[in-house]
Ligand binder design. Structure first.
Ligand SMILES: [Cu+2]
Length: 186
């Protein structure tokens, strides 16, 4: 991610566009020297995106390490809408998976279930957290064995036709109670 951040920052800088991050308040060489170590590390990855997306931030994307036999992996992230309009997340995709769905989990009577959701709205000025036990990206049909620490590229699609690219790190459970596989509705 840091390497991408550096590249993204350099590309954006050459094109004369300013990444939407604290780094833009710095100038010249100082910005290029320091910015990659600030929040630009994450935000600059989205620098080349369309202007309409600049105020929607995607952070903390990760995929839970699952048993090797798992055909579904769960991905989590946070979307922060710093814009003035609500945004509707309507889909996702990854080159590393056959299909990606938006799912919501809930626990009822001690049993965890989940179901697809058609869209997730991120209200203006609000954030939505995809986390164990709640919203998640259901990554279906991995094309290669999952590896801890790997970086998985994915793209989010919005109702206005825009997309947002991100990378999720594969890591172990950070806590929470999302039990995948045991009670799968599809
Ligand atoms: Cu799911």
């Amino acid at each position: 991610m840091r390497i991408l951040g550096l590249l993204g920052d350099a590309v954006v800088g050459r094109n004369g566009r300013q990444p939407y991050c604290a780094g833009r308040r710095l100038n010249g060489a100082i910005r290029f020297a320091i910015a990659p170590y600030l929040v630009c590390v994450v935000l600059a990855s989205f620098g080349p995106s369309a202007s309409a997306q600049e105020r929607l931030e995607l952070t903390d994307a990760w995929i839970r390490l699952a048993p090797p036999s798992a055909h579904h992996h769960a991905g989590y992230l946070t979307l922060v809408n710093g814009g003035k309009d609500a945004r509707q997340l309507v889909g996702a995709a990854s080159p590393d998976y056959a299909k990606v769905e938006l799912h919501a989990s809930r626990v009822s009577g001690g049993i965890a279930t989940m179901e697809p959701v058609a869209q997730v709205e991120i209200a203006a000025g609000q954030s939505v957290k995809f986390a164990p036990g709640g919203l998640h990206l259901m990554l279906i049909g991995p094309k290669a064995p999952q590896k801890e620490g790997a970086s998985v590229a994915f793209t989010l699609s919005f109702a206005d036709g825009s997309t947002l690219a991100g990378k999720a790190t594969v890591k172990r459970d950070g806590g929470g109670g999302h039990k995948h596989g045991a009670h799968h509705g599809h």
